[in-house]
Design a binder for this molecule. Structure first.
Ligand SMILES: [Zn+2]
Length: 410
């Protein structure tokens, strides 16, 4: 029975699963990697002719397939093999060291290694402690923030701790609301309780990185769900008067091609850092990109092996920075510098001040320093400010690094 369903499903999914998207090189900015997307309208149309119990089973298998497809393993291009794009790499690493930095938006044309960098980041991320068996990746050290299932586990003293790499979870632009926030079948919930809640992408992303390629093309309901979850650290699903919540704290990493439309201002404001990526003008570097891309495609395993030392060093540096971060001090005079910069550049509110402070501390930790220096502040301000400057009509306030340095050195 199960086989026949699988065959049948195979017909309209076009054989999903591994492969197909191996070309993850520095220059290929391939989409999603989910292979074919399921088109729910076709599915319902065909399923009508089937007896109800088969339909149920098919639906179940379908939801399993769609879950697997977002976690499909692919051969990753090593993060440390990416040439240039230093600011993008730095912004990603700072978030990996300190999730409270608050995410990054990467803007740029196609083929600038945006997706390659974000996906590749997964391999150099630090490990985290999770409650074994928890689908929300709860933190064993924080019982008060645990999901309802872990609260039971804590009560019954059934907590087992597991070490795992932080995850990069994809949010495909076409994902349904149920797939993003999770779905609750009221009838089942009444019979079987909360375990009938089918968790979604926001559950997978808890305590990890949520990667949204083409974030500017997201549907409004997904943007709203993201904004709510980002503000509260909690995802809430309401169906027919029943409400269910689970922890959903994640680092948003978005990428977009500005030629395809701008991002909603509310979402833009929520993402702490922004980087612009461009094609590299240097001939030697461009040649090296071609060479590495070819080497990677010819023999991915050997290519990855040749960068394993660099990868290991980067991972160790990130872990080291995490240990150092709590000890990093910010001299009071530099707090003055930060506020002066924010006033001069006319940003709204106080969020930018706070973000520069956090990012500068994290940058100092990454550089192995226990004390923030001026360069950390400039580096941080360059990532936080440009997209936050208040624009008045008929006035094109441009961000300039020279002006930033001038203000910082007063
Ligand atoms: Zn849990």
């Amino acid at each position: 029975m199960a086989t026949s369903i699988k065959n049948w499903i195979g017909k309209f999914t076009g054989g999903m699963g591994d492969g197909g998207n191996g070309g993850n090189g520095a220059n290929s900015d391939t989409r999603g990697g989910n292979g074919h997307r399921l088109d729910s309208s076709t599915i319902t149309g065909t399923m009508k002719e089937r007896p109800p119990e088969i339909i149920e089973e098919i639906k179940k298998e379908l939801s399993e397939i769609s879950k697997v497809s977002t976690k499909t393993k692919r051969v990753l291009y090593p993060f440390s093999a990416i040439i240039g794009q230093e600011r993008m790499k730095r912004a990603l690493i700072l978030n990996a060291i300190n999730p409270s930095v608050g995410g990054v938006l990467i803007r740029g044309q196609k083929g600038t290694a945006k997706s390659t960098a974000v996906r590749g980041l997964a391999e150099v991320l630090p490990e985290i402690d999770v409650v074994k068996g928890c689908r929300f990746n709860c933190d064993p050290a924080k019982p008060d923030k645990a999901c309802w299932e872990c609260k039971e586990r804590f009560k019954n003293r059934e907590i087992e701790v597991e070490k795992r790499m932080m995850r990069v979870v994809d949010l495909p632009v076409g994902a349904t609301e149920d797939r993003v926030v999770g779905s609750l079948d009221i009838e089942k919930a009444i019979k079987r309780g909360l375990q009938s809640f089918e968790s979604g992408i926001l559950a997978d992303a808890n305590r990890g990185i949520l990667y949204v390629d083409e974030i500017n093309l997201l549907d409004d309901y997904v943007v709203d769900a993201l904004l709510d979850a980002a503000a509260m650290g909690i995802n809430t699903v309401e169906r027919e008067g029943v409400s269910i919540s689970h922890p959903a704290q994640f680092i948003i990493v978005g990428s977009m091609n500005p030629e395809e439309g701008e991002l909603r201002p509310q979402l833009l404001d929520r993402i702490a850092l922004q980087v612009e990526v461009e094609g590299i003008p240097d001939i030697e570097q461009r040649i090296e990109i071609i060479t590495r891309q070819n080497d990677f495609l010819n023999d991915p395993a050997a290519f990855r092996q040749s960068f394993s030392g660099d990868q290991e060093r980067l991972r160790a540096k990130i872990v080291q920075a995490q240990r150092l971060l709590p000890r990093v001090t910010m001299p009071h005079e530099y707090l003055r510098t930060i506020t002066r910069i924010c006033i001069e550049f006319k940003v709204d509110g106080h969020r930018a001040d706070i973000m520069i402070d956090r990012t500068a501390r994290t940058n100092a930790a990454y550089e192995g320093r226990e004390r923030v220096i001026e360069d950390d502040i400039i580096e941080a301000a360059e990532l936080v400010l440009p997209h936050r400057m208040r624009k008045r009509p008929f006035e094109e306030e441009e961000f300039s690094i020279d002006r930033l340095r001038e203000i910082a050195r007063v």
